[in-house]
Design a protein around this ligand. Structure first.
Ligand code: ADP
Length: 540
């Protein structure tokens, strides 16, 4: 017997409808490409999303078409998201920091029908345009601008398109499993592959990220997603923000520490989200300017492991609670978030710090396990010590890559993340490494993340990466690649000494290489693949 309750498909359009109806006056603050600030509201974002939905229809875009965006976090980009997915089209967010060849590859692979872009990316668009096979419309997310039109003759302007359209639009109703957005993995470890989210997965993921034990988002929050909208949908925050009606502060291109500190102070941001490299910049800038980031109650760190020194700095210097979270493009991304259970509340600061350093536990809706082999199905103990291949399943986890018929899952239906981790009996996850970054020294494993975290605790080190370098005797040995803090005087011996009382002797790196900067991926992660290419033979 079926229950007698209403059935409504879970659709993204319902989120913007909710925000427009019940949170119409909640602010959406946005930094434009020219660094000016636009203050709008959820009511206006709702209205413009419908105008743009009408515009897309007028341009001949159809249900299921892919519409690409190359843009920062800003209000026009936000409006276009709701217009595209709400109309049953697929919003394909693209990372502008990809190499042009990669960009061409993914636009052609997705067969994007239209391309929306911020003015800043005009040179990029001009460069790749001759190679794009499917794009029929180029839409600049801005007011009409003669210099843009001169360089890209068939360009259309977002502001003009929406001004020509009525605000009335009836969102179509369709199957909740319909594709809503498309994001390619940033390719830190290989070729970009498309992850195609659905309306259902997106709505359920939004509920999950708002939960008190996840990011704890409410209508009282002022949220700053520093993580870009082209990086796993800004971790789902633009949806969660509409669902809760919180104030949204969109940083545009201003991702440096000083700009972020100014945004946080000026708009009284209560929660901000980003990768560790972003927070390092913020901490440095706030220390220099003397800002206490007073309004900031919590920040969410994910994408790479959060170094202990960073957690401590946020707590001790800025009275800000850091929520360490783990996820990936294939997992929408939330796979776990670190929030205490009742029994942890009375632990000492040192014990609590240990828990905070873990990537936390899965929210309801996803499940985690570790197995004895990559794509293996033999489950290992959840004892907090046994380390294995991390796998995940749940409502917002990939089943197969875009355009690929074969399943991306194990024989028994789990997704293998490529991460090596431990889980404890409460589900707290501790990532030791990516399987590709682990160092295999004479048959023993060494975690590059652990060595990096220790190095980052050294007062004279600004950034540190540890890679496996080929070694004639031990197969691989760790090599530390470090950037010194400005004007710091630091020798190899000093840093190797620093390791001596912190880890087993055989885990200490064989060599230190000081560099001016470490290459970062489009999403702010250290490109260890590149470092391995550069320094992988440093011990031969
Ligand atoms: P890419 O695969 O291109 O780097 P993703 O953003 O999908 O892009 O990266 C997901 C990976 O990032 C995870 O598999 C994991 O290795 C790493 N990661 C994400 N969050 C954390 C975290 N909190 N701690 C350690 N590693 C993390």
């Amino acid at each position: 017997m079926l229950g007698n309750m209403m059935f409504q498909p879970l659709l993204i359009s319902s989120m913007i409808e909710h925000a427009g109806r019940y949170h119409a006056d909640s602010p959406v603050i946005s930094k434009n490409t020219d660094l000016s600030i636009t203050e709008t509201t959820w009511g206006k974002v709702h209205e413009n999303s419908k105008r743009f939905a009408n515009a897309l229809q007028a341009l001949g875009a159809q249900f299921g078409d892919r519409i690409a965006t190359i843009a920062w976090n800003n209000h026009r980009h936000l409006e276009s998201w709701y217009a595209i997915s709400g109309s049953g089209m697929v919003c394909h967010t693209i990372n502008p920091r990809l190499f042009p060849e990669q960009l061409v590859f993914i636009i052609n692979d997705a067969a994007d029908k239209a391309l929306l872009f911020d003015k800043t990316f005009l040179p990029l668009i001009k460069a790749v345009k001759p190679m794009l096979k499917s794009v029929e419309h180029y839409i600049c997310l801005d007011a009409p601008d003669a210099s843009v039109a001169e360089q890209l003759p068939d360009v259309q302007f977002y502001d003009e398109l929406i001004a020509q359209q009525p605000a009335a639009f009836e969102w179509p109703v369709f199957d909740e499993q319909t594709a809503s957005s498309l994001c390619y993995t940033s390719g830190t470890t290989g070729h970009p592959k498309g992850v195609l989210y659905s309306h259902r997965s997106t709505v359920l993921h939004s509920y999950a990220i708002c939960l008190p034990d996840s990011l704890n988002v409410s209508a009282r929050d002022i949220m700053l997603p520093v993580v870009p909208m082209f990086h796993v949908n800004a971790w789902g925050t633009p949806y969660a923000a509409a669902m809760t009606g919180c104030t949204l502060v969109l940083p545009g291109p201003g991702l440096d520490g000083a700009s972020l500190a100014n945004m946080i102070d000026a708009f009284k941001v209560s929660v901000a989200l980003g990768v560790p490299t972003i927070w390092q910049g913020l901490i440095n800038a706030a220390q220099q300017s003397g800002s206490k980031l007073e309004s900031l109650k919590r920040n969410v760190v994910g994408g790479s492991a959060c170094p202990p020194a960073m957690l401590k700095a946020f707590k001790e210097q800025f009275d800000c609670e850091t929520i360490h979270a783990w996820g990936m493009t294939e997992t929408s991304p939330l796979g776990s978030a670190c929030q205490f259970k009742a029994k942890h509340q009375h632990l000492s600061d040192a014990e609590q710090l240990q828990i905070r350093l873990s990537q936390g536990r899965p929210p309801f809706g996803v499940d985690l396990r570790i197995t004895d082999a990559e794509k293996g199905t033999h489950e290992l103990e959840r004892d907090g010590r046994t380390s294995g291949n991390l796998q995940i399943k749940g409502h917002w986890i990939i089943s197969n890559y875009f355009g690929k018929a074969e399943s991306a899952l194990t024989a028994d239906g789990w997704f293998d993340t490529g991460d090596i981790a431990t889980l404890n009996e409460d589900g707290f996850l501790k990532i030791s490494d990516r399987s590709k970054d682990l160092i295999k020294s004479g048959g023993e494993w060494i975690s590059s993340v652990e060595l990096e975290n220790l190095a980052m605790g050294h007062p004279k080190i600004a950034m540190a990466a540890v890679i496996a370098a080929a070694h004639p005797k031990w197969d691989e040995r760790p090599v530390l690649i470090a950037v010194k803090k400005p004007e710091a005087d630091l020798s190899d011996a000093e840093i190797l000494d620093y390791y001596a009382d912190k880890i087993a002797k055989w885990q200490i790196p064989d060599k230190v290489i000081f560099v001016d900067s470490i290459p970062l991926s489009g999403t702010g992660k250290m490109l260890k693949k590149d470092l391995r290419e550069l320094y992988g033979n440093a011990l031969l």
